[in-house]
Design a protein around this ligand. Structure first.
Ligand SMILES: [Mn+2]
Length: 323
């Protein structure tokens, strides 16, 4: 067995109170991994108090419910953080309240944030790592846990399109489907069924995106345009992956103004240029080809787009000089 898995299980056994957390603005992989691991620990060790925390998201309620706790009142708890590389992006916890911290993640390491780190940047998803953990240890699984793990892997690999989809990903997925007899088409409905106004909004983006001579595509989506299509600041992030495999785009970014939090939410994707270090300079980060940022000033959005355009230009220059 993987030595880190052994250490993780040892810690889970040692603690009676365990809190699981993930990144702010959660995606399916983040939510599915924390809920699946919570349910598995509960199933395996019924006497332990196990909580999955962070803000809930209405459209993702099919993953299961989250727990509301005050972690100031917990007795010597263990914290397990999932799918998040930076301390500042963990949702719903007071970091200093925890006795021991474990991180399980597939994002590039930006800082050491825990006592025990299991970071595998070549895994398709955090859910893939959690599935592996359950397969290799005595952590129990059931159908609803398997459903969540399946959805997390499918979402983060973009239906097995992205580069870290490996034979191991397919092996684990096959195991989940076979063993728990998963209803794949129902599960896909959860992830991919969408209202037509979102599809129209995507058409608007396609028609109005600026594509630079360096093959960087960008668009700023303000409140009036989101109101017109009856979508919100999170809608653009649902469709950013749909702009992959477009010849004229090496990298692309959307900015959506989130009125409630007074912040510009930036989604960035790439099929070549490395973008996460650029995002890190603007209160963001993520994977090398899939990143995001949260920006207060509109002028910084423009600066970020400029930097991404330069990064795309450098990439393109290299690409053509080596040919
Ligand atoms: Mn992930």
């Amino acid at each position: 067995m993987n030595i880190v898995f052994k250490q993780i299980i040892k810690k889970i056994k040692e603690y009676d109170t365990i809190v699981l957390a993930r990144h702010i603005g959660p995606d399916p992989d983040a939510l599915a991994s924390e809920i699946a691991l919570r349910d598995s620990i509960k199933l395996t060790f019924p006497k332990k108090k196990v909580y999955a925390v962070g803000n809930s998201v209405a459209k993702f309620k099919y993953f299961g419910s989250l727990d509301r706790i005050d972690d100031n009142n917990l007795n010597k708890p263990l914290l397990i953080i999932l799918d998040v590389p930076n301390k500042s992006r963990i949702d719903g916890i007071n970091y200093d309240n925890y006795d021991y911290v474990i991180r399980i993640d597939h994002h590039p390491n930006v800082e050491e944030i825990s006592d025990l780190e299991y970071v595998c940047v070549t895994a398709s998803s955090t859910c893939e790592l959690i599935t592996e953990l359950m397969v290799e240890t005595k952590l129990k699984m059931n159908e609803s846990i398997a459903n969540n793990l399946f959805l997390g892997i499918v979402a983060d690999s973009d239906r097995f399109l992205l580069s870290y989809t490996t034979p191991k990903t397919f092996k684990l997925i096959t195991m989940l489907i076979e063993k728990y007899n998963l209803n794949i088409s129902n599960l896909y409905n959860n992830l991919y069924l969408r209202p037509i106004n979102e599809v129209k909004f995507q058409a608007y983006i396609t028609l109005n995106m600026t594509v630079t001579e360096n093959n960087f595509g960008y668009i700023k989506l303000d409140k009036s345009i989101m109101d017109e299509f009856k979508v919100d600041a999170s809608s653009a992030s649902n469709m950013i992956n749909n702009f992959n495999f477009i010849k004229e785009l090496y990298a692309w970014a959307f900015s959506s103004y989130d009125e409630k939090n007074k912040i510009y939410k930036i989604n960035i994707r790439s099929r070549g240029p490395i973008i996460n270090d650029v995002a890190q300079n603007y209160n963001g980060g993520g994977h090398i080809f899939a990143s995001g940022a949260r920006i207060k000033e509109e002028s910084d959005v423009d600066k970020l787009f400029k930097d991404l355009d330069i990064r795309t230009k450098d990439y393109k220059n290299k690409l053509f000089s080596t040919k």
